[in-house]
Design a protein around this ligand. Structure first.
Ligand code: HEM
Length: 719
């Protein structure tokens, strides 16, 4: 053993799995995030197309199997009252509930609940059992059914089986095959650390750090026992309001979801939490991927410990009914402790017939419970009003809930054109950012000729097309050039879109679109392409930028303007734009945008090099434009960046003077983002490729390919 400590070779394995570069140098640029979910990690191979495969699925048979599954209790993890509905709904809710609007990340879209850290979050305790129970169904339908779709459908069918008429369902969520590397869940190093680290002031819920939407590390939303574990329904209400708003839910949707969630199922805390083993990622291998295993006492059925809170919310927890409001509003509640020691609210003087029965023995009656978050629905004045309305009008409650459940579980699936399956609702909903189909039958060449003759500069055309497309984010598939929402509030007024220039360019392009019968969305992209073709020609390379017509124009009525605020760029390395006083480094926001646009590191490099020489910097700034030939698509940015003839001297927080080494004469101004491409070892290696004498044409072609990828990032109709 002593020898083993000295020489790694005698351990028997020589592959390095220890400290990564990021651990040695935490400030290094994590380019890895751009190369996640590579086909090499996907056992189904590069040619497998889930969204095609799922269309062959026998949906009727699957739904029938799921309905039967709900009441087929398994001895190894028995169903409460013989019905798995509650557990399945909690699993689906926790998979969707990580979604947050600020960066569109989280959500039910990729089956990330199967992997760390989510599979081991304290709040996801025993959802490993929920997924393992579903394995026979996953096994049966195989590659035609992703885990991500199955998780959401299981929750939805659970509601159907308990009597709710659901609003609809779409398939199409593609599984990932390794943990996500780009999602920031908070800076804490300890599970369930107090909220204080992520709030400027815990009493001010709006001061929760962006893009986070949960109050503590390892929770989906709020702490069920109260703020930092101290019961106080009004304080909890304020946190519920903020966190649900960050999931795009208003007050009515929030009450409907919380009440509708807790209309069924129960909380589990009848035992000693100390008897539970570690979460799945830390568990022994003989537990075979399961966590929270109780090897000491019984630990299943009525003896299960999950959250530590113990009891059901309603009298009939396997039925979709109005029992939640009957009990919440019909009784006074007082604070008690569960057998596991958690704070919970229990009713005062409850009538025998209002008590739910034990999960295993129907002759035993139990006390119902409310969490602090449930009490918020009674004590917060705005929530109370909604609760009373739902109580009086159960049909209305059912309808609002069904729609909110659909939104919750489909919010990150993208535009409706991506929906798949027989249960896709016909109605267009404004949160889906609807875009009408655009025409494809107009004369593209004629439109291009008109744009070319319009007098717009290359910089105007390329910058406008870029601004129109750059809002796209692959996380929840919002934004992008389709819809031409850059014409509408709020986008037309964003400082990053240079409103005056934008209005001037649109005034030229809109009439061209109207005359040709093309959408403005198409014509904006076409103008960018015309600019690039002109710039390539100026550099001596002939290119025809690929273009597919068919984008549509959204109207203001189709646009939930408030919800677009989160798409506003606060920085954009490609346009050398950083909103004043914005605290995040430009490098970070360069990577962030590249990642959300789906660009690889080489693609990001090619794009930057082109954008700089095309003169597309924000405000027409000359900073970072390392060429005398602005408007020609040359590789000058890379040639000059890698040339030892220059020195780089900081002259401001974000600016550098580029001097000729020999004479000391100032030549250009550079920005931090430019220097990243010369200083980071990997990006410099790419920059060198593009600076080589034999790469001038390659650079143009790579730039055009990356550009086309961005312009088409939201063209799901082309896939
Ligand atoms: C306001 C935020 C919420 C809080 C603090 C909260 C808290 C909890 C807690 C502590 C449990 C007990 C887990 C256990 O011990 O087994 C639970 C269970 C459950 N929750 Fe929530 N919840 C919230 C919102 C929701 C929403 C929005 C839904 C669904 C629409 C939902 C659906 C459920 C279901 C179905 C169960 C029962 C699980 C089972 O029967 O095994 N909850 N919740």
């Amino acid at each position: 053993m002593a020898a083993a400590g000295k020489c790694p070779v005698v351990h028997g394995a020589v592959t390095q799995v220890g400290m990564s570069t990021m651990e040695w140098w935490p400030k290094a640029l994590n380019l890895d995030i751009l190369h996640q979910h590579d086909t090499k990690t996907n056992p189904l191979g590069a040619d497998f197309d889930y969204r095609k495969a799922v269309q062959k699925l026998d949906v009727a048979a699957l739904k029938k199997d799921l309905l039967a599954f709900m009441t087929q209790s398994q001895d190894w993890w028995p169903a409460d009252w013989g019905h798995y509905g509650g557990l399945m709904i909690r699993m689906a809710w926790h998979s969707a509930g990580t979604y947050r609007t600020a960066d569109g990340r989280g959500g039910a879209g990729h089956g990330n609940q199967r992997f760390a850290p989510l599979n081991s979050w304290p709040d996801n305790a025993n959802l490993d059992k929920a997924r393992r129970l579903l394995w026979p169904i996953k096994k049966k339908y195989g590659n035609q059914l992703s885990w991500a779709d199955l998780i959401v459908l299981a929750g939805t069918m659970a509601y159907e089986s308990m009597g709710l008429k659901t609003y609809g369902f779409s398939f199409g969520r593609e599984d990932i095959w390794h943990p996500e590397k780009d999602v920031y869940w908070g800076s804490e190093k300890e599970w369930l650390a107090p909220s204080d680290a992520r709030y400027a002031k815990v009493d001010d819920p709006a001061s929760l750090e962006n893009p986070l939407a949960a109050v503590q590390m390892g929770l989906i939303y709020v702490n069920p026992e109260g703020v930092n574990g101290k019961p106080d329904p009004l304080k909890t209400a304020a946190q519920v309001r903020e966190t649900f708003a960050r999931m795009a839910m208003n007050d009515e949707e929030t009450v409907a979801l919380t009440a509708g969630g807790h209309t069924v199922g129960k909380a589990h805390g009848n035992g000693n939490p100390a008897n539970l083993g570690p979460a799945p990622e830390g568990a022994d291998i003989e537990d075979q991927g399961l966590g929270w295993v109780n090897h000491v006492t019984r630990g299943i059925g009525r003896d299960t410990v999950t959250s530590g809170i113990e009891g059901a919310w309603t009298t009939h927890p396997t039925r979709w009914d109005n029992g939640y409001f009957d009990l919440l509003l019909g009784y006074d509640w007082w604070l008690q402790k569960s057998p596991a020691g958690a704070w919970q609210w229990e009713p005062v003087n409850i009538r025998e017939e209002d008590m739910p029965v034990d999960v295993e023995d129907p002759t035993i009656r139990c006390k119902p419970i409310m969490t602090d978050a449930d009490m918020a629905m009674k004590f917060d004045p705005a929530y109370r009003k909604i609760s009373e309305r739902f109580h009086q009008d159960p049909a209305y409650f059912s309808e609002v809930f069904a729609r909110a459940w659909f939104k919750l579980t489909h919010r990150d699936l993208g535009p409706k054109s991506r929906y798949i399956g027989p249960d896709v609702p016909k109605e267009n909903l404004v949160w889906q950012d609807p875009v009408p189909e655009g025409r494809k039958d107009y004369d593209v060449a004629a439109v291009k000729a008109k744009i070319a003759a319009s007098g717009l500069s290359i910089s105007d055309m390329v910058a406008t097309a870029w601004d129109s497309a750059r809002t796209f984010r692959g996380s929840d598939k919002r934004g992008g050039a389709n819809g031409a929402r850059i014409r509408l509030a709020p986008q037309k007024d964003w400082a990053g879109n240079e409103p005056e220039r934008l209005a001037r360019v649109l005034a030229v392009l809109e009439p061209i679109a109207a005359q040709a019968g093309a959408s403005v969305a198409d014509v904006i992209v076409l103008a960018g392409n015309v600019g690039i073709e002109q710039a390539a020609k100026a550099a001596g390379v002939a290119v025809d930028v690929p273009f597919a017509p068919g984008r549509g124009d959204a109207t203001a009525e189709m646009t939930d303007a408030a919800s677009f605020a989160v798409l506003e760029p606060l920085a954009d390395g490609f346009r050398n734009w950083l909103k004043k006083d914005y605290a995040v480094t430009p490098e970070e926001l360069l990577l962030d945008r590249a990642q959300l646009l789906g660009l690889t590191a080489p693609e990001m490099t090619a794009l930057i090099g082109g954008m700089r020489v095309l003169g597309t910097n924000h405000g027409g700034s000359r900073h970072g434009v390392f060429t005398e030939r602005v408007g020609a698509l040359t590789n000058d940015f890379f040639v000059h960046l890698t040339d030892m003839a220059y020195t780089w001297k900081p002259v401001g927080s974000n600016l550098y003077e580029v001097r000729e080494r020999k004479s000391g004469a100032p030549k250009w101004m550079a920005t931090r983002v430019d220097l990243v491409f010369g200083s980071n070892a990997i990006l410099r290696a790419y920059a060198e490729v593009y600076a080589q004498d034999d790469s001038r044409e390659k650079f143009v072609h790579d730039f055009v390919a990356a550009w086309t990828k961005v312009m088409n990032a939201d063209r799901f109709d082309l896939a």
